[in-house]
Write a protein that binds this ligand. Structure first.
Ligand code: BDR
Ligand code: CA
Length: 371
């Protein structure tokens, strides 16, 4: 575990450590481990500036809360996209979540309501009909800014060249739309951290993970963009499953974020108990955000990742090559013109998460949400 960056971080981690150990002795706060004998260590690093592109979404909600409560990150904007539920729910949910966290200073807006070329498929069976587990929260009083998602992202990126990381935890429609209309902007984006994809099978089809399944064409644009990518896929996110004891911990702490997170995740766990796959409780999106807070959470490996867009049963599948040759399917005998020989070189386009430390992740998540 790395040392605290700032005094604020140290104080917040320390408070969380005390609270967590009182409320939940079984969980040792990450901060408690970190700071023994190292309380004044400080790298002085500035917080990482991020834009969160999201489809809240129960795990998106946890991810947004985590980001908003972590001093290592400065959330410059939140942009909503259709995915888990349609945009007319994900946008108000994003506004609600920021308001619950007391962060009405952050610009929030909506983007794409449908994928680039496909019909929208949602995941209400996991996220509830309102996207927040069916939990009723008040209407947000916070309003979206006037710019669209692509306008807002574009303005912030152009004003801060190389300074803003995009954290994409929904279908990639907004980012694909931006790159399609303005390919030049790619060189100004230092990194996109993507929750999506899998090298070990899907969760909505045997081949595809949900975010890539919803908009494979947008995902392909992003994976072909040349922007440094980190892919946090099901290979690791399905290893971080929230448990009853975590929810109890959230429910016991009287702060608005912890209370809201507890309600959302209690509803989601109840849904899981009604027979849906246990991975509905996977912390896909929070793990993706957490990887920017604590880079040691994930083991990353260079891959060349292709996104399948043609398959009858495999659209949205991520095909990862760890070395050459990088070959497509064999050409049809009657292909005209004849296909060129396959590229024999290896050009990784993504760092793919292949290992995770779940205990370390949950220590971080719980300490930030309950502090
Ligand atoms: C991803 O799909 C959504 O349902 C979750 O919010 C997450 O972003 C997991 O496949
Ligand atoms: Ca999501």
């Amino acid at each position: 575990m790395k040392p605290p960056h700032t005094r604020r971080e140290f104080l917040s981690r320390s408070a969380a450590a005390v609270l967590s150990s009182k409320l939940f002795p079984g969980i040792e706060s990450a901060s408690a481990k970190t700071h023994s004998g190292n309380a004044v260590a400080s790298s002085g690093a500035a917080p990482r500036r991020i834009i969160i592109d999201t489809d809240p979404g129960v795990d998106d909600a946890m991810a947004i809360f985590l980001a908003l409560r972590s001093p290592e990150l400065k959330v410059e904007a939140i942009t909503a996209v259709s995915g888990n539920v349609p945009l007319d729910l994900t946008l108000p949910n994003a506004l609600r979540l920021a308001e619950i966290a007391g962060r009405t200073d952050i610009p929030i807006t909506g983007g794409a309501s449908v994928p680039l070329v496909r019909r929208l498929i949602t995941a209400k069976y996991v996220h509830g009909s309102n996207g927040l587990g069916g939990v009723d929260f008040p209407e947000p009083s916070l309003k979206p800014v006037a710019e669209t998602a692509t306008q807002l992202i574009s303005r912030l990126v152009r004003a801060n060249p190389g300074g803003i990381t995009i954290v994409a935890i929904g279908p990639l429609t907004n980012i694909g739309t931006l790159l399609r209309s303005d390919p030049e902007i790619a060189r100004l984006i230092p990194q996109i951290v993507i929750m999506g994809g899998s090298l070990s099978g899907g969760n909505i089809t045997p081949a595809a993970e949900f975010n890539l399944y919803v908009d494979p064409e947008a995902a392909r644009i992003v994976f072909d963009s040349g922007i440094p990518l980190t892919m946090v896929g099901l290979d690791v996110t399905e290893k971080v499953l929230l448990r009853e004891e975590h929810i109890v911990m959230l429910e016991r702490v009287q702060n608005p974020v912890s209370q809201a997170a507890g309600k959302i995740m209690r509803a989601t766990l109840n849904r899981a108990h009604r027979g849906i796959d246990a991975t509905v409780i996977a912390m896909h999106d929070p793990l993706t955000v957490a990887s920017l807070i604590d880079p040691q959470l994930l083991k990353l490996q260079d891959y060349y990742v292709e996104v399948e867009t043609e398959g009858e049963f495999t659209a949205g599948m991520t095909v990862g090559y760890a070395h050459a040759p990088v070959r497509p399917s064999a050409p049809r005998a009657n292909a005209n013109p004849p296909q060129p020989d396959p590229d024999s070189s290896f050009h990784p386009n993504a760092k793919v998460a292949v290992g995770v430390d779940p205990d370390r992740f949950f220590n971080l998540l719980m300490s930030r949400l309950t502090s």
